[in-house]
Design a protein around this ligand. Structure first.
Ligand code: MG
Length: 391
């Protein structure tokens, strides 16, 4: 596959923060991907919640399987559009590294704990993981990834945090949130592949869990239309025992429809805008996109999942307990930082007596909790409080 003129070219990367010599057999983005796959944070994704808590069942998506699905969808689309597949893969595999245990509930709880001390944003945390928290190299902290991979990982960022990034790294990954330019097309693609992946797999997990039904989904156009089309072609799937097979076929069609839609809509945007280079594409409005029609359908589906799955009372009940686990862990480490692992304890000790000591200690505690898997967080909570909130 030849790269388009607007794709990111690893030979013209803006480089790494710490200079390294080129690898003999791999491009810079392949090297980034490999570093991500070998990281500790990546291995932990297998025990982190997507929507359902990790202990609720073995077949539900975790952050790891979600990230693999995003990488697969992203690479397929990248190949069709002449974008850099390796960069898409690296960003996709790293995009959720900063997620806390217990999914969004965990993140919201941690953000509340950090109010007044910089807050907690999972995209920024993913960047902290690859820039600072991984400890694997003798010469530097983090994984020392290329600018383009880091740019893609930092999907959102508040203005205040972008300003802080700009201060330590002028013209770096925070800049685009201040001058309102776009990230690379590969990064834009990862965002959309993320959406396509969770829209589909949350339906699958939601139906398997029994919290949403095929009947309810008939009213959601993106699902209902394709379900009726499938049944016209395969009438035997209407039987009660064939529900699973019907579900998979509809989800397969949903994925294909969205992938082809992105390819077509983006291709026509690229033809109109005709960016001469990857940098020229960053100065345009977002070019990787759904068609208007698919965008509407995707919005309806997201609303449906929010109302019927993410806010289902059964999900809310466990996420309420998860929030409490995070809050109580935070309180416990705040009072007794020595209960954390040695490296984190050392960071709190190094800040002793300085003016921002409290803020540093809070950030260390947030880093420690954010890195936990669901089950480690539950066990630690029980060890520190003597109470078990989650099985
Ligand atoms: Mg994601």
């Amino acid at each position: 596959m030849t790269l388009s003129s607007f794709a990111c070219d690893p030979d013209r990367t803006r480089g790494r923060r710490h200079a390294e010599s080129a690898a003999p057999t791999r491009t810079e983005y392949q090297r980034d991907r490999d570093r991500i796959v070998h990281s500790t944070a990546f291995r932990r994704l297998v025990y982190k919640t997507q929507v359902f808590l990790n202990h609720e069942g073995d077949l539900f998506r975790t952050r790891l399987t979600h990230s693999l699905e995003v990488a697969q969808l992203g690479r397929s689309i990248a190949r069709s559009l002449g974008l850099n597949e390796d960069l898409v893969e690296a960003v996709a595999l790293a995009h959720d590294l900063g997620h806390t245990p217990f999914g969004h509930a965990g993140q919201e709880a941690l953000n509340e704990c950090m109010q007044g001390h910089g807050g907690f944003e999972h995209n920024l945390q993913s960047l902290r993981v690859v820039d600072q928290l991984e400890e694997r190299y003798p010469q530097f902290d983090g994984l020392n990834l290329t600018f383009e991979t880091r740019e893609g990982i930092l999907k959102h960022c508040s203005r205040a945090n972008a300003q802080a990034l700009e201060t330590v790294e002028p013209g770096g990954v925070g800049r685009r949130f201040l001058d309102r330019s776009q990230p690379s097309l590969e990064a834009q693609l990862c965002n959309l592949a993320d959406e396509i992946a969770y829209n589909a797999h949350d339906i699958d997990d939601g139906v398997r869990s029994g919290l949403i039904t095929l009947e309810q989904l008939q009213a959601v156009p993106l699902f209902g239309d394709l379900c009726r089309q499938t049944l016209q072609e395969h009438a035997h799937l209407a039987g009660a025992t064939q529900g699973r097979r019907l579900l998979y076929e509809v989800i397969r069609r949903m994925l294909s429809a969205q992938v082809y839609d992105v390819i077509d809509a983006t291709r026509s945007e690229l033809e109109k805008a005709a960016p001469a280079s990857a940098d020229a594409a960053r100065q345009q409005p977002p070019l990787v996109r759904f068609s208007e029609d698919m965008l509407q359908k995707s919005v309806v589906l997201k609303k449906f999942l929010l109302q019927n799955l993410y806010r289902h009372h059964q999900v809310m009940q466990t996420t309420g307990q998860a929030r409490q686990v995070i809050r109580e862990l935070f309180e416990a480490y705040k009072i007794a930082p020595q209960e954390m692992q040695a490296g984190f304890v050392a960071r709190t000790q190094a800040a002793r007596g300085i003016a921002e000591e409290t803020t540093v200690v809070f950030r260390v505690v947030a880093d420690y909790i954010a890195g936990m898997t669901d089950r480690f967080a539950s066990r630690e909570h029980e060890r520190l409080t003597g109470r078990r909130l989650l099985p």
